[in-house]
Structures are given as C-alpha cells and as structure tokens.
Design a protein around this ligand. Structure first.
Ligand code: NAP
Length: 235
C-alpha cells in the first residue's frame, strides 16, 4: 500500500522505515498506518539519539525528531528494532567534487573523530531484523570498526586512489559558506551539521561497537573497504 502525499511507504509484514526529515511532522499517521498493516518495524534512526532522554530534551535536532518517531513506534504495539548508526561513510561523497578537481579537500572541523559505517553493514543488520525473530524491542548501536578524523579519511581516500590528497582546515564560517554554495547539499542542514561537528570535538571520542558482527556474523567493513567500493565515485 502507498501512503498518500510525499511520504512513500511500501507496507508488508515487516516495514523498514526511514525518516530523512528534521521534524517528526506526520509521523503519528505514518506509524498508525504501519500498525494496521504490519507487525514489525525496523526504523533507521540515528546515533544522535540519546537513549533514555525524552524527545524534547534531546541535545541535537536530528536526535529530537528521531527520538519522537521512536517514541511513537514504541507506544504503537509493533515489534520494533531501532537502528542507531554512527556517521555514514557515504557522507564523504560530499568531497567527491573537490577530489575530482584537485588534491585538496577544504572543510571545517578536520579533527572530528568518527566511526564511519558502510551502508552495506546497515543494510545487512536491517535484513536480519526484518526477516528473523529475536531482534524485537531492541536498539542497535551500529558503528564501523575504527575511529578516523576527517583529515585521516581524506588521507585514506588518497591512499586508495593513489593520490596525495590532504585536508585544508576552514573556519566555521568559511565551511558554512562552502556548504551553502554547494547545490547538492541541503542549506537547512549546514548549521545542524557544523553544530554536530563542534559538539563531537568537545565530546569524548566515539566508541566502536561490535553490533554489526554480533547480528550478522561478519565484522563491520573498514572505511578503506568503503573507499575501494566507491573509488569510481571520486574519479
Ligand atoms: N548520513 C548520516 O551520517 C546519518 C547517520 C545516522 C543516521 N542517519 C539517518 O539516516 C537517514 C538517512 O540519512 P541520509 O543521510 O541518507 O539522508 P539523505 O541523504 O537526506 O537521504 C534521504 C533519502 O531519503 C529519500 N527520501 C527523501 N524524501 C523522501 C520521501 N518523501 N519518501 C521516500 N524517500 C524519501 C531520498 O530519496 P531520493 O534520492 O529519491 O530523493 C534519499 O534517498 C536519516 O534519517 C538520517 O538522520 C544518517
């Protein structure tokens, strides 16, 4: 079945729900529709969600909207699995244009450490949760297997491509203007992204989890493996 409007949902016994919006908006109607047509929902939420913290008290706007959707799902009576992924490795495709144009990647907060996650690992965990029993009423914290700063990520891309790529640090305002000028990047996400990076710099470095391996039986893929899989996107 298709839910009308711009929110497209394909509904079966188990539903994979993604909420790529910065507010919960019509989520109550969507969760209600799922409830009447399926028994299980796997929600691609966010590692920004602080567990045990009410939606309105979440520190980050992404955490607020996702926590609200989680709350609706948990109150719905559905069997639920929330996926709490760390930063997607695919975000580094934002640099593809700069890397095609030269050897320097310019951006803000190059020292921010991240446990980048391969999309194939998110998908592998989601498939398990959608198709097997034993994943209900669980939030899975998913990360990649290593911590790399943004500057180290650029170096890794260079090593895989065989190019001397390097990071050049911009001030926050310079980084903001660069994001706003980038037609492929949503303007509304520039400040939340940079606020998130600033908070990550001040916070303890992220920890890695072994959840991908625990759920799928295979260790999470490295960032180097992700770059190899996507080398053509940077060339
Ligand atoms: N990126 C990260 O590092 C990260 C980390 C943790 C959690 N998350 C969460 O994971 C989710 C996806 O993140 P993302 O970075 O991949 O977001 P994104 O780049 O904004 O991707 C949005 C995706 O949603 C689709 N979409 C947009 N509006 C839609 C609609 N009305 N109906 C159906 N599909 C629609 C888009 O499809 P089209 O391409 O067809 O427009 C696009 O594929 C978000 O909830 C985000 O908060 C992201």
């Amino acid at each position: 079945m298709t839910v009308s409007g711009s929110y497209r949902l394909l509904i079966g016994d188990a539903v994979f729900l993604m909420w790529p919006f910065h507010d919960a908006g019509p989520a109550p109607a969507i969760v209600d529709a799922i409830k009447w047509h399926a028994g299980r929902v796997v929600f691609l939420s966010s590692g920004a969600v602080q567990e045990g913290v009410a939606p309105e008290r979440q520190a980050h706007p992404v955490g607020r909207s996702h926590a609200r959707v989680e709350q609706l799902i948990e109150r719905s009576g559905l069997v639920w699995t929330h996926l709490h992924p760390s930063t997607f490795a695919a975000n580094t495709l934002w640099w593809a244009g700069q890397i095609r144009a030269g050897d320097v990647v310019r951006g803000g907060y190059g020292a921010v450490p991240m446990a980048l996650l391969h999309e194939a690992d998110i998908a592998a965990v989601a498939v398990r949760a959608l198709t097997e029993d034993g994943h209900g009423h669980t939030a899975y914290a998913l990360t990649g297997p290593e911590i790399l700063t943004q500057a180290e990520q650029v170096r890794t891309i260079g090593e895989v491509l065989g190019r001397p790529l390097r990071w050049q640090e911009l001030s926050r305002e310079e980084a903001r203007q660069r994001l706003l000028a980038d037609d492929s990047f949503p303007d509304s996400f520039a400040d939340p992204l940079l606020d998130g990076y600033a908070a990550m710099l001040d916070a303890p470095p992220p920890a890695t989890t072994s959840t991908v391996e625990a759920v799928t039986g295979t260790p999470a893929r490295t960032y180097r493996a992700w770059v190899s899989d996507h080398a053509a996107d940077f060339s």
